[in-house]
Each structure stands twice: as C-alpha cells, then as structure tokens.
Ligand binder design. Structure first.
Ligand SMILES: NC(=O)c1ccc[n+]([C@@H]2O[C@H](COP(=O)([O-])OP(=O)(O)OC[C@H]3O[C@@H](n4cnc5c(N)ncnc54)[C@H](O)[C@@H]3O)[C@@H](O)[C@H]2O)c1
Length: 259
C-alpha cells in the first residue's frame, strides 16, 4: 500500500500505459481519477477498479482545455477530499517526415503532449498546496533524449517535456511538490499498433507489421517490448514516498533502447 491515503489524477487512463497506472495506483491504496477524452474506455477502467475493491471515478477531460482541467481537479477534490498526485500521459503523434508534417499536425502534437501537461500542472498545483504537497509524473519517450528525423513535433514536444518537468520541479520544490518524468522505449499499446485519431498508424508504421515489430525489438538490448505494467511501476515509484528526495529527473524505462 505504497500510495495509502493518496489521490491521483491520471490522464489518458482509458488505455495503455495510463490505464495500467490507474490499476496499479488503486491496488497500492490510492483513490484514482481516471481522466480521458475517451469516455467509454475510461468508464470501463474506473468500473474495473471499483469492482476490484478500489476507489475510482471517471472524469471526461480534453487535456488541451484549461476549463475542463479546473472542473476535473475540483471533482477529484470533491469526491476524495484532496489531490496529491498527477500523471500526465496523454500524447499524440503523426509518424510522417519533416516535409510531410503539417502545421495542424504540429499544433495537435504540441497541444496534447506538451501544453496539456502544462495546463495540468497549473490546475493541480493549487490543490496539491492545499494537500500539503504532491508528486507530478510526466510521460516522456525515447524522443526526450533523441528526437530522430521523423515527426518533428513529437521530438519537440517530448524534449520540451524535459524542460517543463525541470521547471515545475524547481518552481514547486518549496511547496513539497516533486515533478519527474518517465521515458519508455517501445511499449505494446494502441499508440503504436492501432489507427487512432491521436496516433494514426497504417501498415508502414503499425507493429502489426512484423517488420516494424522486429525493428523495434532489435533496437531493445534487453530483448523485449516494455509492457504497460513495466512503465506503471516506474510511475508508482516516482509518485510514492520512496522517491521523496527525487525531483526533476527523466527516468528511462526502455530496456536499453536509448543507449
Ligand atoms: N507506446 C509507446 O511505445 C510509447 C513510447 C514512449 C512514449 N509513449 C507515450 O505514451 C503516451 C500514450 O500512452 P499509450 O502508449 O498507452 O497510448 P494509448 O493510445 O493506449 O493511450 C493514449 C490515451 O490518451 C488519450 N488521449 C488522447 N488525446 C487526449 C486528450 N486530448 N485529452 C485526454 N486524453 C487524450 C486517448 O484517448 C488514450 O486513451 C503518449 O504520451 C506517448 O507519447 C508511448
């Protein structure tokens, strides 16, 4: 019960890595606000947690909308009495070359992946101050240290996350609020498998294509894709008191892919 009495707001939690965080945090004693733009998937995750004996609510949230952030933070405090942890997971990508990346794609990736986290921190910090402190964990990527040639917006947003994380860490340390990030390598989630609006894939990019799966596997020295649970454990560590003297770090959980 490493998160006993904690209250966590987790974005993107209808699916993939953030859903795994929601389940793990709840099993460690936290009350969880499952926040996502995907209402059907988000309600399902919250229901599963409640059926398993945990505490959860679903909140509809588009992370690019500051007014929705204010409502979701209020709803979380109303329901559970406080807010002590924020996990910013929601992200987007368009896997096209620099030449083919449009201004619209750029704004979508930056707005969901980076501005969304900025707005989340702005909304959560006053609540964390009321609670006497808190922990923020942001979602990075291999692109946070090595952006590569494709999808310039993705590299810019994930490298921007390093700056945002350090800025929040330094700004709010004196309030007892820590801010860190986790950078996964290749994780088998809908983000790189399915053709979603926030992360379109076709045969040339999806890991359903054995060539793409093998290429990512070959790039991972520890020899397997990361699971959503691998990444959730790192979020749990950084959100818990075990990390009480850690702030401003980018923790890579990538099977060595970033070396
Ligand atoms: N899967 C990987 O290999 C990998 C590797 C490194 C980093 N990431 C990062 O992980 C995050 C995605 O997690 P995942 O891989 O579990 O993907 P996923 O596609 O399973 O989940 C993403 C979730 O974000 C939600 N979302 C999209 N736009 C939103 C918005 N505007 N407001 C609120 N929620 C929104 C989606 O509805 C979805 O539930 C992204 O930040 C991505 O950059 C993924």
């Amino acid at each position: 019960m490493r998160l006993r009495d904690q209250v966590a707001l987790i974005t993107g939690a209808a699916s993939g890595m953030a859903a795994a965080q929601a389940r793990l945090f709840a099993s460690e004693g936290a009350a969880v606000c499952v926040a996502d733009i995907n209402e059907v998937g988000g309600r399902q995750v919250a229901s599963e947690i409640i059926e398993g004996g945990g505490k959860a609510i679903f909140a509809s949230l588009d992370v690019t909308d500051a007014s929705q952030w204010a409502e979701v933070v209020s709803a979380t405090e109303r329901e559970f009495g406080s807010l002590t942890a924020l996990c910013n997971n929601a992200g987007a990508n368009f896997r096209v070359s620099f030449d083919d990346q449009t201004e619209e794609m750029w704004h979508t990736v930056m707005n969901i992946g980076l501005t969304g986290a900025f707005l989340g921190i702005k909304a959560a910090v006053p609540a964390m101050r009321r609670a006497g402190g808190g922990a923020i964990v942001n979602m990075g990527s291999l692109a946070s240290t090595r952006s590569g040639g494709g999808s310039p917006a993705y590299g810019a947003s994930k490298m921007g996350m390093v700056g945002l994380t350090q800025s929040a860490a330094k700004s709010y340390a004196s309030d007892g609020i820590r801010c860190n990030m986790v950078s996964p390598g290749h994780v088998d989630t809908p983000f790189i498998r399915q053709n979603n609006a926030h992360s379109p894939n076709d045969w040339s990019t999806t890991i359903d294509n054995p060539d793409n799966y093998q290429r990512r596997l070959d790039a991972t020295p520890l020899g397997r894709f990361q699971t959503p649970e691998d990444i959730a454990k790192a979020f749990l560590f950084l959100a818990s008191d075990d990390a009480s003297m850690i702030t401003g770090v980018n923790l890579k959980v990538d099977g060595g892919a970033g070396m």
